[in-house]
Design a binder for this molecule. Structure first.
Ligand SMILES: [Zn+2]
Length: 193
């Protein structure tokens, strides 16, 4: 089956994906915004290697031209590389981190004189830091058992793992935000009462 060819509705980037992506939500490799691959989902059986045709394909069955493309769209073609399945939720970290920071800022603004709101602020901030540390730990153990244990036992080894070993942009953003938040909690002297 030929690859699916379509354009990103947001930035018009040409994208090529294998037919298994039909109907699936993906993130544009260029602008990183969400889109749905056109086409009807293909049953798994159809994805098995097709039998070799007895006749040569005619010129008509060649790769289809681009669907109506507006003028001035970016040139080039981006191929969706690997199937994005479990990793989808963390392909765009900025939205989550942004929302979290706004919520925390509002709580902090409201809560300076209310210990209950301040408590909520502290709980959310600490929960976020703990969750990010767990994610980092999982990533470290995926790199290797040794890396995992070092991350768990050696202070600041996690920084090295996140920024030099794993090399995942999302993890860097999440971890950076967690570090900033830890520092902020110290500076603001937020604690449980
Ligand atoms: Zn795009």
């Amino acid at each position: 089956m030929p690859d699916l060819k379509f354009s990103c509705p947001h930035c018009q980037q040409h994208i090529e994906a294998d037919p298994g992506y039909a109907g699936m939500p993906i993130n544009c490799p260029t602008c990183n915004r969400g889109l749905t691959v056109p086409g009807v989902p293909v049953p798994v059986a159809v994805l098995a290697p097709a039998p070799i045709p007895l006749t040569r394909p005619t010129a008509n069955s060649a790769t289809p031209a681009w669907p109506s493309s507006p003028a001035g769209q970016p040139a080039g073609l981006v191929k969706v590389a690997a199937r994005q399945s479990a990793a989808l939720w963390y392909t765009n970290p900025y939205a989550y981190v942004g929302v979290l920071m706004v919520v925390l800022a509002i709580l902090y603004g409201l809560g300076r004189n209310h210990s209950a709101v301040m408590q909520a602020f502290a709980v959310i901030a600490i929960a976020y830091i703990v969750i990010v540390h767990i994610i980092v730990l999982i990533a470290a153990f995926q790199e290797g058992i040794g890396t995992g244990f070092l991350t768990m036992c050696v202070p600041f080894f996690a920084v090295y793992v996140v920024y030099f070993v794993v090399g995942n942009r999302t993890l860097k953003v999440l971890y950076g935000a967690a570090l900033l938040l830890s520092v902020a909690l110290r500076l603001l002297d937020v604690h449980f009462r």
